[in-house]
Design a protein around this ligand. Structure first.
Ligand SMILES: C[S@@+](CC[C@H](N)C(=O)[O-])C[C@H]1O[C@@H](n2cnc3c(N)ncnc32)[C@H](O)[C@@H]1O
Length: 216
């Protein structure tokens, strides 16, 4: 893809998400950190030190949670409206957590940093919305910034077969993410990452699952 076409596509993505926020169509914005994320941090697999990334962080609920735990938490988000909300909500955090949290306006498929050495990368509902042809770029960006021994936790809708015609890679659906096909996590991330867990979650609007992967 040429730079110009890439920039046009990124602007279109940003506009699409900004209009969702402007219309208040944001059912994911519960301001509650998912219990699965809390369970990961309670599990003791990692201690809460070092850098954590939240890809497609939206209004930053999980960035604030990770910063409160003690991590240096960085949210990456393409749209302007959720970033404004994230900054506004961050102001209510205790100063220590506020100092550990930050937000970057960027495309998760072209992260503006490399070798960040994150011990933990979270994605709640971003990868599953990306066009299939962009997903390998997301993989590259993720792998470049996850430290050896680091974990990647992902929440994604399953791909539904019925409306496939709507989900062609040329014409993204106006509403609703494409989801992840069966076996897609393995295709995108292994063998660079190992799949530690793949758990079918209680359906939320659509069948969905939680994935936990680790960089050896
Ligand atoms: C379903 S929302 C989830 C937001 C947040 N993770 C949460 O759980 O509240 C998906 C978010 O990903 C962002 N997003 C979509 N495509 C993106 C991209 N290519 N780069 C960065 N952010 C993106 C959207 O703007 C949106 O805020």
């Amino acid at each position: 893809m040429t730079t110009r076409r890439y920039l046009e596509a990124a602007r279109a993505t940003r506009r699409r998400w900004d209009s969702r926020y402007a219309e208040g169509e944001t059912p994911w914005d519960t301001q509650i950190t998912p219990p699965e994320v809390e369970a990961f941090w309670r599990s003791g697999r990692l201690s809460p030190h070092g850098v954590a990334l939240d890809l497609g962080c939206g209004p930053g609920t999980n960035v604030r949670y990770l910063a409160r735990l003690g991590l240096t938490a960085l949210g990456v988000e393409i749209a302007a409206a959720p970033l404004r909300l994230a900054q506004r909500r961050l102001a209510y955090e205790p100063p220590v957590a506020r100092a550990r949290a930050g937000f970057v306006c960027a495309d998760v498929c072209a992260l503006p940093f490399h070798a960040l050495g994150a011990c933990y990368v979270l994605d709640v509902g971003c990868l599953h919305s990306l066009p299939p042809e962009d997903r390998p770029w997301y993989t590259q960006s993720l792998l470049a910034n996850l430290a050896p021994g680091g974990y990647y936790q992902l929440y994604a809708f399953d791909q539904v077969d019925a409306p496939d015609a709507m989900f062609s890679s040329q014409e993204p659906p106006a509403r609703g993410p494409r989801g992840m096909a069966l076996g897609e996590a393995a295709r995108l991330f292994t063998p660079a990452l190992e799949i530690v867990e793949e758990v079918i979650a209680r359906p939320e609007r659509r069948p969905c699952r939680w994935y936990l992967l680790r960089k050896p």
